[in-house]
Design a protein around this ligand. Structure first.
Ligand SMILES: Cc1cc2nc3c(=O)[nH]c(=O)nc-3n(C[C@H](O)[C@H](O)[C@H](O)COP(=O)(O)O)c2cc1C
Length: 176
């Protein structure tokens, strides 16, 4: 199956997470294209789609919103998964952060199967207002590529119908 991973990203952090998601899907044998929304014309060749969006002032990056609105009807017809990237602290690692209101309504519109929030990144030399002011207090990288790859493996199992890897046998079972 071919899977599209697309993303809305201003400063590259979310694009990096999209690449980690793609790595996890490929590790499970899926064919994956990672493309920004502007380079996707038609999604009919994809069996499933993952859309990621950077969070800016409680909203998804506009390229992610644009992609979902434009392809909403086609997304409804195939398994679709969303991720957000944003928090500039460790909150995304310790809690399950729900989608922002606008992202939730896009999930309803497309029937997206799941959503996860990953930590974000803001470099100390970020340009633009108010990013440069924010970066003075909040710069850092809270992304967790391993978590993104794991999330992708769960998706791949769902898409391929593969059961989760069996838990290792207990010592007693292993001896007998
Ligand atoms: C102006 C500004 C507003 C932001 N607003 C939010 C927000 O509402 N929620 C959040 O979790 N993160 C917020 N962030 C953090 C970004 O989502 C984070 O830096 C993200 O990794 C950026 O992704 P990108 O590098 O792909 O553009 C904001 C960052 C900036 C600079």
């Amino acid at each position: 199956m071919r899977v599209l991973v697309t993303y809305g990203s201003s400063r590259g952090g979310t694009e990096g997470l999209a690449q980690a998601v793609a790595d996890g899907l490929r590790a499970c044998g899926l064919d994956v294209d990672v493309l920004p929304p502007s380079r996707v014309r038609d999604i009919s060749g994809y069996g499933a789609v993952v859309v990621g969006g950077a969070l800016y002032v409680f909203r998804w990056h506009r390229a992610a919103r644009w992609f979902v609105r434009r392809h909403a009807a086609a997304l409804r017809q195939r398994p679709t998964y969303f991720f957000s990237s944003g928090p500039l602290d460790d909150s995304a690692a310790s809690t399950d952060i729900p989608p922002a209101a606008g992202v939730r309504s896009l999930m309803e519109r497309t029937g997206a199967r799941s959503h996860v929030t990953f930590g974000g990144r803001l470099s100390p030399d970020a340009r633009g207002i108010p990013a440069s002011a924010m970066a003075k207090k909040l710069s850092g990288d809270w992304r967790d590529p391993a978590r993104a790859r794991n999330w992708a493996r769960q998706i791949a199992r769902e898409l391929t119908g593969e059961p989760a890897a069996a838990a290792p046998a207990s010592r007693d079972e292993a001896r007998s």
